[in-house]
Design a protein around this ligand. Structure first.
Ligand code: MLT
Length: 313
């Protein structure tokens, strides 16, 4: 009888729409990646994958809530380098453990960091921008998406590296932060490329450098941090699909296969690449690689962030 029950479930999941929790505001990088993969995942699963934006506390509000949902395959989430890498270093009472509270489904996109500023920022290049941020002190406003988010952790890393103490301005995601950057209401941020590539190309904001070893094909005119004189600042983020721990094996396999199909969808792939993101290479895709990545990111970010945040609390 037990066997029959398992077989029946495997054949029937999913029977209703699946909620994908995005722990940041709509229109930002996590939301962009989630919507790109949700569409082909829906096709593969034969049910709609519906995005729900649950914002707050650098993404940890949405991830906490999603981690506590029933592990039945009807609630999944888009986590990232912040929620599943940086957050444990910054939240003492974090209610989830990135390495043990989830069934990892797989990486969705790599999202290199770009140092971006409002259009009116006078500095013509990264070196003079760094000087301006250092000498400007608290008069310079740096946007981020909450303690533990990607823009926060990579932002405080930038500040500690150059020895600057700007005023940090918090948003519910870098989608809304970008709007204020375009309006000139904040001065700069370090953000994931998929959020800012279009505005950089359109000239509504400035980009000083991409924090990767090579230039990005979507922004060929933007120098790398190394070329621009700040070789110590190389940092990339990633976005990945997780489910609450304890999925039935058949459900887990279907979700893994659906994400895999989504990443092979030519349109989804094209959109991620056009925005400057990367799709997981062989060996980076799937649950085992994601589990390893989470463990290594928590280990990597914990000491870095404790130092950086002490330098600019
Ligand atoms: C977002 O979607 O707003 C971002 O991923 C926020 C961040 O972590 O910087």
């Amino acid at each position: 009888a037990a066997l029959t029950a398992v077989t029946a479930r495997a054949d029937t999941y999913p029977q209703r729409p699946i909620t994908m929790v995005v722990p940041f505001a709509a229109g930002g990088p996590t939301d962009i990646v989630a919507r790109i993969v949700a569409e082909p995942m829906s096709k593969a699963l034969g049910q709609q994958v519906v995005i729900e934006n649950v914002t707050g506390a650098g993404g940890t509000t949405g991830i906490t809530r999603a981690s506590q949902a029933a592990p039945d395959g009807y609630t999944i989430m888009m986590g990232h380098m912040g929620t599943h890498g940086a957050a444990p270093a910054l939240f003492k009472g974090l209610k989830y453990d990135p390495a043990t509270s989830f069934d990892p489904i797989g990486m969705a996109a790599g999202t290199p960091i770009v140092i971006v500023a409002k259009k009116a920022m006078a500095a013509p290049d990264l070196k003079s921008f760094v000087e301006a941020v250092k000498t400007g002190g608290a008069s310079i406003n740096q946007a981020h998406a909450g303690v533990g988010s990607v823009s926060h952790s990579t932002g405080v890393l930038f500040d500690s590296l150059i020895g600057a103490k700007p005023t940090l301005v918090v948003y519910r995601g870098t989608g809304p932060a970008l709007n204020d950057l375009m309006a000139g209401q904040v001065d700069f941020m370090t953000d994931q490329i998929v959020n800012v590539a279009t505005q950089i190309t359109g000239g509504t904001i400035k980009a000083y450098a991409v924090a990767t070893p090579e230039r990005n094909p979507s922004l060929p005119d933007v120098p790398t941090t190394k070329e621009a004189g700040l070789p110590g600042y190389e940092v990339s983020a990633w976005n990945a699909v997780f489910a609450p721990k304890g999925l039935p094996e058949d459900v887990r396999k279907k979700l893994v296969a659906a994400l895999d199909a989504a990443l092979k969808d030519p349109n989804a792939k094209k959109r991620i690449l056009e925005l400057g993101g990367t799709v997981p290479k062989d060996g980076e895709a799937g649950p085992a690689a994601l589990q390893k990545l989470v463990e290594s990111e928590v280990a990597r970010w914990t000491p870095v962030l404790r130092n950086a945040v002490d330098a600019n609390p």
